[in-house]
Design a protein. Structure first.
Length: 228
């Protein structure tokens, strides 16, 4: 599917990057019955299948090494405290949602957009503040979200986690700064209140040709009205 062993390709990139705290191993390296997150935390290796989901997960480790390590440490701590249960519990659920589906918008740059998204005011978010979103596009973090965009459909929705950092990505240092700041911001206290707001991804300006028409945003099956 990807043309080569995903774990080998990612490990080569991780070795070259040096900042990545893990290496990638075949899925078969994960012992039967051991929790995936605990294994990563204890061995600093990530069991990896040859599929797009795990490929994008590996790219997240390469781009956001501190943040991914923080997520893993929080998951592992929950497993140590409570074991592996049928229901993950509210914190592990929030951590998993973040890991799989998070999108970053800056509180200083996107405050009116974040407010509008939280209110389901799609017109304000995507039309009134269209230039703002176009100048500073969202940062996609969640690897499951990236996988969905291989075959995009209108209702693909990310979960915005507002971050403190203003970003422009003029240099690679900007990525490292965002990685460090979000990892410091991430904690049980910040995640348990579920601070996410929905972002229909194909509504982002210039990311989908059809959203040039205002009628794109009138589809109430995707751009749903506020909850009563």
């Amino acid at each position: 599917m990807l043309g080569e062993s995903v774990h080998a390709a990612l490990s080569a990139q991780a070795a070259a990057a040096q900042a990545c705290p893990v290496r990638f191993v075949p899925q078969s390296a994960l012992p039967e019955g051991q929790a995936y997150e605990s294994f990563i935390f204890e061995t600093k290796t990530v069991p990896t299948r040859d599929n797009w989901h795990d490929f994008f997960n590996g790219l997240a480790w390469l781009r956001f090494p501190r943040l991914k390590a923080k997520l893993n440490a929080l998951q592992a701590a929950q497993i140590r405290a409570h074991g592996v249960q049928n229901l993950r519990g509210p914190l592990r659920d929030a951590l998993t949602l973040f890991d799989e589906n998070a999108v970053f918008l800056s509180q200083s740059q996107h405050a009116p957009v974040i407010q509008a998204l939280g209110q389901r005011d799609w017109r304000a978010a995507f039309q009134t503040h269209r230039a703002l979103l176009a100048e500073h596009p969202p940062v996609l973090f969640g690897h499951a979200l990236l996988e969905k965009l291989l075959q995009p459909y209108k209702s693909v929705t990310g979960h915005v986690f507002p971050v403190q950092t203003a970003y422009s990505f003029a240099t690679t240092d900007d990525w490292a700064l965002l990685d460090a700041d979000v990892s410091e911001q991430l904690s049980a206290e910040t995640l348990l209140p579920k601070p996410f707001v929905p972002l229909p991804i194909l509504g982002v300006p210039s990311w989908w040709q059809e959203n040039e028409s205002p009628n794109f945003y009138t589809d109430s099956t995707v751009f749903r009205p506020p909850r009563t």
